[in-house]
Structure formats: C-alpha cells, structure tokens
Design a protein around this ligand. Structure first.
Ligand code: FE2
Ligand code: FE2
Length: 370
C-alpha cells in the first residue's frame, strides 16, 4: 500500500528544517509527503498572509523539494474559520482511499494530543508520526494510547519559523529569502522603520555580498555574514539626540571620534538591544565596519570589505569582489589598500581616528611611513 505523510503547519515561513524533516520522513517510510498549509490555527495567528505563506511554500519546493513532495490547499479552501486536523485526515482518506496515511506532528504537540478535536478518530484513520526534540519530554502514555511512532531524527537543525522572522537564522531556500526581502515580510518590516529605501538596498547588497564571500571561503556559519551585513548600517539614520545619548551611555571612549563613524557603535547597540543579536562576532563586525581596527576577526574583515565593494556602490568593484570571493584575506587587503588611496585624497585621510590608524598600520604598514 502506498504511503502518504500529511505535513501540516502554518509555514510562516517554511524553512530548511521543515524540508529536512519531510525528506527524512519520505526516505524512512518510503512515502510521499504532502504539505498542508494551515489557514488559521487556534493557537497562533500567522504573521504573513495566507497568500504569502503559500507562495513561499511553493518556492521552497520548487528550489529544494523532491519528486515525492506536493502541496494540498484543502485547509485554505475550507470555508470555516477554524480548521480541525480530523477534517484534513478525512479529506485525505476520501481522496486516497487506498493509501496508508501518516500525520506528522511536532514533539511539542504530542503531549497535547489528548485535547485535539476527535483525537481517537484521527489516530484510527492515520498513524501519528512525531519528530523528536531533545528538550521535550514525551508522555509515554499518550504514545501508547494513540500508537504514535517517532521519526527519530535529530538532523533538522535549530532553525524555527520564529528565528527566521526575527532574523536570527536564514536557514531557508534562497527563493524564500528573496521573497521575504522583496515583499517586506518579517524582519524587513522592522528594518524599514530604521532605514530609508536607498540605505536598505545598500544593506541588502552588503548582506548578499558578505554571505557569498563567507560561503565561498567556507567560513563557519556563513549566515552570520548575512545578518551582520543587513544590520551593519542600522544606526545610520538615528536622530542626533538619540545617537549622542547611546554614544554617551555606552561608548563614551569613542564620543570624540568623527561623527561619520558613530553609526558603527550605535548600530552594534541597536543590533544587540533591538534585534536581539547575541553573537559577539556579529556585533563586533558591525562595531568596526566603518573605521576598521587592528586584529579584526574573519567576519569583521568580510563585512568591512563587503560594505566598500557591494555592487550598488556606483563604481566598478567587480575585481575586488572576485578577489574577496577567492580569498577573503587577500581581498580584504586589496579593499583596504584601495580605501586608503581613496581616503588619502580627502580631508583627514585614514589617520582621522585611532581605530583606523591602528587598522591601516597593521594591515598596510602605513603608519610607519608617517
Ligand atoms: Fe556604515
Ligand atoms: Fe554601509
């Protein structure tokens, strides 16, 4: 008997963890998997519209799906406000009378299953398949009562839809990321409240350039480059009063630095306190993206470079981008050299503040000549 796994969820948005679970379920059970986007579950209200969630689901399957994956919009088409799993399971029994059905649920739903509408009927029509989670202790009585089976899979990663919405992860297919960016969903909405369209475009371009450099150089957790890139100028459009007050309270030692670089400090403050970034390497990369400094981390070098060479900057930076993609360190040195030449022609030059001074001294040996 052919098998079908019903994978319901809000998919707000779909992420690679969902896809890894679906692939594992298909493989282990030798089954097809049907994604069933939920209309409006009783326990949470989705942030994106039904249309957007469905489009992202389709894009994800287009890019990263498998021949055994499909989407069924039965729940979205149902006229009722609330949809119940039993109705969905009955729909599939009717649609595929000769298939063995499995209903995939999360570990967090197992212990609540007793309270599901017509739980007994669901379990009699479909075998309940749940995904383990190390942080959740499963009630063994419930497993026995409903004859649930475990997918026993720990490779789905730590990604979650809320992590995507909050810019804590971008473990999603690139077409989904592109959809979020171009339709102003989730974190993009928040970024808009800090940045005008032009600067947001620059920030996105830095994020993509940095992400590509990090991946091509096989840097660990290349997502960090995207997150640091998209947030690097988040402090740039703050009002003077707010900027000064953040500087005075948090970075008094840099208050006397030229105004143009204050935004790197206020930006790292906002990334931490407004966007919940805890990763110190991301905060550090934002904090020194403008001045540079001595002993920069790999990520800081990549963000510094990407900020100067992203393709919307308005000059031909193709060679510098190529250099960075091939070898981030050699590329960084080329970028810093080009930047020093550029700044030398301007008032202040590269020695306008001690951080830049020590940066250029270390990486170009410039200070020694002066
Ligand atoms: Fe900047
Ligand atoms: Fe920038």
């Amino acid at each position: 008997m052919e098998r079908l796994v019903i994978f319901g969820g809000t998919f707000d948005p779909i992420h690679r963890g969902h896809l890894r679970i679906a692939r594992e379920a298909a493989l282990r059970l030798n089954a097809d998997v049907v994604f069933v986007p939920a209309k409006m579950p009783r326990w949470k209200s989705p942030e994106a519209t039904t249309e957007d969630r469905l489009k992202m689901l389709k894009l994800a399957l287009q890019e990263d799906g498998s021949a055994s994956f499909s989407i069924d919009e039965c729940e979205l088409k149902r006229p009722d406000e609330t949809t119940y799993s039993i109705d969905t399971v009955r729909y599939f029994v009717k649609k595929f009378p000769n298939r063995e059905l499995f209903l995939l649920i999360g570990a967090d739903e197992v212990n609540k299953f007793d309270h599901w509408h017509q739980a007994d009927a669901i379990a009699s029509l479909a075998r309940i398949l749940y995904v383990n989670r190390p942080d959740i202790e499963i009630d063994k009585n419930i497993l026995k009562k409903y004859r649930m089976i475990s997918l026993d899979f720990d490779g789905s990663g730590s990604v979650s839809s809320s992590a995507i919405r909050e810019l804590k992860s971008i473990d999603i297919p690139s077409k989904v990321l592109n959809y979020i960016e171009t339709h102003d969903l989730y974190f993009m909405k928040r970024l808009h409240s800090y940045l005008g369209s032009k600067r947001l475009r620059h920030s996105l371009s830095v994020a993509h350039t940095a992400y590509a450099i990090a991946r091509k150089n096989k840097v660990n957790d290349p997502e960090r480059a995207y997150i640091a890139g998209i947030l690097h100028d988040i402090g740039k459009e703050l009002g003077e009063e707010e900027s000064n007050s953040i500087m005075k309270e948090n970075f008094p030692e840099f208050l006397s630095y030229p105004k143009f670089c204050h935004h790197q400090f206020t930006g790292s403050y906002l990334a931490e306190h407004e966007f919940g970034v805890k990763d110190l390497s991301i905060l550090d990369a934002i904090r020194y993206h403008c001045t540079g400094k001595a002993h920069m981390s790999v990520l800081a070098k990549i963000i510094f470079s990407a900020d100067k060479i992203e393709p919307t900057r308005g000059y031909d930076s193709a060679n510098l981008i190529k250099d960075c993609n091939e070898n981030y360190y050699a590329g960084f040195l080329a970028v810093i050299r080009a930047n020093a030449d550029f700044l030398d022609g301007k008032t202040g030059g590269v020695d306008s503040n001690p951080l830049s001074q020590e940066c250029y001294q270390q990486y170009l040996n410039k200070g020694e000549k002066k």
